[in-house]
Every structure is written in C-alpha cells, then in structure tokens.
Design a protein around this ligand. Sequence first.
Ligand SMILES: [Zn+2]
Length: 411
Amino acid sequence: MKTIAAFLLLLAAIPAFAQSTADTIIARELQSPRAYETLSHLTDDIGARLTGSKGAALAVRWTTGQFREWGIPVSNEPVKVPHWVRGREEAHLVSAANQNIVLTAIGGSVATPPSGITADVIEVDSFDELKTLGTAKLRGRIVFYNNPMDMDLVRAHRAFEAYRIALRTPHTGALRYDPKQPKIPAAAMTAEDAMLLHRLLARGKRVRMHMLLTPKTLPDVDSANVIAEIRGSEKPEEIVLIGAHLDSWDLATGAIDDGSGVAMVMETMRLLKEMNVRPRRTIRAVLFMNEENGSRGALQYARDHGKEKHIAAIETDAGGAAPTGFTTTLKSESGPGTAALFRLPPHQRRHARQGGSEGAGPGYGRDRGAGLGPGGVAAASPRCRWRLRAASSASLRSRCLRAAARVVASS
Ligand SMILES: [Zn+2]
C-alpha cells in the first residue's frame, strides 16, 4: 500500500527521474510506519466519515492540519453536501417464527411509516422480471431483489469479491430516486437472510415481513475538499492530480473505502516533501468529500478547476491490500502503453488492465474487476477520451475533466 502509491504517482509526475529515485522512495517508505499511522488515526480516532457527519468534519480538519504540519500548502475548498442520517433499521419475518432479518437502509433511502411496514415478500432476480410482473402484482408488497453471490468466486477463495462483506453483515450503498416516481424505502439484506427468504419462497411459502427504517435527509451542510500541492519547478501550471475520497459510509470506519486511499495520497505527499523532491509539474493531492452519496466534491472540483491543465488524474480507491496493479481507460495505441507509462515492475504488468471505468456511477466498481489491489485510475469519459502521455503535455478540455473528476472520486 505504502510503496505503490509513492512509486506510481511519483513516476507519473516526474518521468525524468531515474529508476534510482523510485528505488530510494520505495526504500524510504518501507522503513516508515507513517501511512499506517495516518490510516489508524483516520479510522480509530476519527472513525466513520459519512458526509455531513461530525466525523467527516473532523477528517477535513485533521487531514488539513497534517498537511500543514508537514509544510505542504493546503486549502479547504467549500462544497455543499447532502446530509443523510441512518436512524433505526429493523426487520423480522412474521410468517416464519418471527425470525430476525438483518438489513440496513440503502444510503439516501426514505423512511418507512413510523410503525414500519408489514407486507408479503415477492422475489425477483432482474429488472426484466420486475417489469413482467407488472404494477398490480407488486403493489403493497415488499420486493425482494435477489442478487445472489457468485459461489464460484467463493470456492476460489475470493469471497470478498463475491460478496464484499461476510458473516451476516449487510452492505450499504447509495440509491437515487427517479424524480418522476414515488419514493419507496429501500434496504439491503445480508446474504444469509436473502438465502433464507429465497428458500422459503422457493418452497411456495407465503413470506411476510415487518420492516422499520427511520432514515432522514436533513438540509445540506457546508463541507470541503482538502487540496494540497507541491508546485512544479518547470511547468507549475501542469497538474498531476492524485486523489482519494475522505468520506466513508457510517456502518464501519471506512478503513478500506477509502481510508487506505487517503493514507496513500497523504503519505505520497509527505514523502515527497520530506525528500525535498521538486517535481517538474505540480502534484496536487485532492481528498474529495462526498463520493459515497453524491460525488459533490468531485463535481465541485470540476467546476472550480475545470479549466486548468491536468496531465493525469489518478485515483486510489480499490482497497488497502497488497497492490497488484491498476486499471486504466487508456488505450495502448494512445501512447507508450499502460505498463510502460507507469514503469511497472514485471510482476505487476499483467495487472495493468485496460478497460477500467469510464464514468462515475453504479457500474464503476464492477468495471474494475477482480484481483486488483489499490491502484490508480487514469480517468476518461466515453465521449472525450483523453490521452495521457508520459512526458508531453496535454490540455484537458473542461468537459473531459468534469467526467474525469467524477471518476477520480468515485469508488
Ligand atoms: Zn470508495
């Protein structure tokens, strides 16, 4: 985690540096516990950092203070962010011995009525099935959208990818309501509970469930992106952006998503400063606010900085395990090729996977595919694929950056 960030990011920003510089950085970083200490503080002392929460505000203040303490110029750029709070979330079956069902509201969900909802459960496994059933069959029911985990991945010891979470813990996430449709409460069940429901329904049983959710959407609050910079010595107006998102969901402390990315970005900057490295281009670290439920920080960044000349935008938001490579949307014919561009060591070249994300949104995480540890994503949008070159400059048009910035701050 510690090494790859410094290695990749520095080489992207300072291509003129010899391999020995990279070696020095790697060696230096391997001696240092600082990245882990940063992550520990963010997760153990500050904790969950859901947008709009006290934890998110503390994280802005603390990371800003850290950059300042390290002697790196830093600023807070204001972002108006949504403020959704979770509330109570309870469910049980009223038809099968009152079995408890473990679920969690999906971020942004509206509440159930104060006394909850009790209704028959109907299972579907696709949106097509939902359409086929039609409104009449669905009205007044709890729709159980069953998206089973991939057992082949589980058997291949890749349960984390198959399910993401295990041991009867539900996984939250964000939803967006269609403004033309009524808002209905939405929750995610654990895999175990989903399998229970599926078995009961498959036996032809009537399944009734009671569900209570009390989330609230409060008025927007003021927050900030944290932006720190080491100015370039030769081309300070050209920017290599390294980013991660500072906010997290509230069910845990966001160590993987995206505390580890934040630690990597911060540590990269600290190390460059400590080593007194003067990059040719400006290296700008952006800790984006509100990636998880709105991407407002990324959009604000694009509005504020869209006209600046960005040479590369690299995101770290793929976890904190041993790095195995990164994804990119670059096409090999557009330059020296991904592996060459980042001068990956041979064992990582096979993971320099193309076909990464091309835009923020629900599909983004899936696009990144399996087996990838933390890494950078050189972002692009389908309409304005921008070409990232190792040394030569390339000015991004504002609309390209808007798309790119969304990607950078989206998991
Ligand atoms: Zn993320």
